[in-house]
Design a protein around this ligand. Structure first.
Ligand SMILES: [Zn+2]
Length: 412
């Protein structure tokens, strides 16, 4: 519990903005919509379950390695949301956009969306013990085979420059992952620039961005990543939040063999825990993406290079068998890295501590405190749930949460 809330004073003004932002939403939909309260009340701070979350962790090493930036671009950030996410003509995508923005407690007033999203994140990190940081993701456009940006199919764009600027403003809270499409004509220059600007990883979402990780077109890109030991975080398995070019087959974990063979440190996002992919080793068959990830992890090429983040593995939609396997397979624990997939943990219906308790993965008595923590701080909620998870007496060890040494780039 050391250092709890020590940064609060510094950010009091920002916190007030975030609280104001929440009002309109919570009144409209009190059940489904995250109430967006900021600080934890004192009785919750004294929770025994909360104390367990930080026991045995060196907070200065705890980096949440998977967090998203959203916004509308109304601050001049360069963020853009494509028609798939904004138009009522795409009802499912439109509803998702509202949910995503609300989960980050975005203010609905014009000109405030970008700023209030970031203010809310800083406010939440301020509510964590000092030293905790999150890795913020940029998000590149889709590009076609000719190396041109495919703006028609772009559903979300978060420029590297914007993310880098936010990190520079509050370096005690954020690290960043650049997003660079390997088919861009300037891809190699962009990677070198990102490295020089302190990026600690590259983020790809192939089903939405349209890169094929098994293509020879990635080879030069992989060489730079390997040379600089810069990790490549790749979404694997089915993608639903951001449609983009919508090429689900590009999320197949087996396509990452090429990057591993090139010596790249690869992080499979969400442990590929959702959806099915073609078993390209046995043509025609489809298997859970998670099984293909498990196969890849067992191959000699994966040794020392293949890692996976456990973001989103606690979502209601993901098979419980995946979560149980991840807890049980202690031989995998050294390659697992914790991330929250923020703002996802702030979207109330997506994660149910009560369900996890019913399945014997969480103590029943912890459910109430966890649900209250989520109302105040979804980042804290996410790590709290994962620290309290256990199956057959096995838990995620501290190393899964202390991800700093994996990502930190030594200053030249
Ligand atoms: Zn994500």
């Amino acid at each position: 519990m050391k250092g709890f809330c020590t940064r609060r004073r510094f950010l009091q003004g920002i916190g007030a903005t975030a609280l104001l932002a929440a009002g309109g939403w919570s009144v409209a939909k009190p059940v489904l919509i995250n109430p967006c309260r900021a600080a934890l009340p004192s009785e919750l701070q004294a929770s025994l379950w909360l104390a367990k979350v930080w026991q045995g962790l060196d907070v200065s090493k705890v980096w949440d390695c998977h967090t998203h930036l959203a916004g509308t671009g109304d601050s001049g950030s360069g963020v853009s949301i494509g028609s798939q996410l904004t138009s009522p003509f795409y009802p499912a995508q439109y509803a998702k956009r509202l949910f995503f923005l609300n989960a980050g407690c975005v203010r609905s007033a014009p000109g405030q969306a970008d700023l209030s999203y970031v203010a809310r994140m800083r406010n939440l990190i301020d509510g964590m013990p000092a030293g905790f940081k999150t890795i913020l993701f940029a998000f590149d456009h889709p590009y076609n085979e000719a190396g041109q940006a495919d703006l028609k199919n772009a559903s979300l764009y978060v420029p590297n420059a914007y993310v880098r600027r936010l990190v520079a403003e509050t370096p005690n809270m954020f690290e960043w992952a650049a997003s660079i499409h390997p088919y861009r004509a300037d891809a190699l220059d962009a990677v070198h620039a990102a490295i020089a600007d302190g990026a600690c990883a590259i983020k790809w979402l192939p089903p939405a961005m349209g890169m094929d990780p098994a293509s020879t077109r990635c080879d030069a890109f992989y060489r730079v990543l390997a040379e600089h030991r810069l990790p490549l975080i790749v979404h694997c398995g089915k993608e639903e939040a951001v449609k983009g070019v919508h090429q689900q087959h590009l999320g197949n974990p087996l396509l990452l063999r090429r990057a591993l063979d090139a010596g790249v440190r690869v992080v499979v996002a969400h442990c590929a825990s959702y959806g099915n992919d073609k078993d390209i080793d046995n043509a025609g068959k489809h298997l859970p993406s998670f099984d293909l990830f498990a196969r890849l992890l067992a191959e000699p090429r994966a040794r020392g290079l293949l890692h996976a983040d456990i973001s989103a593995v606690i979502l209601n939609k993901r098979p419980l068998l995946v979560l149980k396997t991840l807890l049980e397979r202690e031989d995998w624990h050294p390659v697992l890295l914790n991330g929250s997939d923020y703002p996802v943990p702030g979207i109330l219906p997506l994660i149910s501590p009560a369900r996890l308790a019913r399945e014997g993965l969480l103590p029943e008595e912890a459910v109430r405190d966890l649900e209250l923590i989520r109302e105040h701080n979804p980042l804290l909620f996410d790590i709290a749930v994962k620290r309290l998870l256990s199956w057959q007496g096995k838990k995620f060890p501290a190393s899964v949460f202390e991800t700093r040494s994996f990502f930190e780039r030594k200053k030249a």
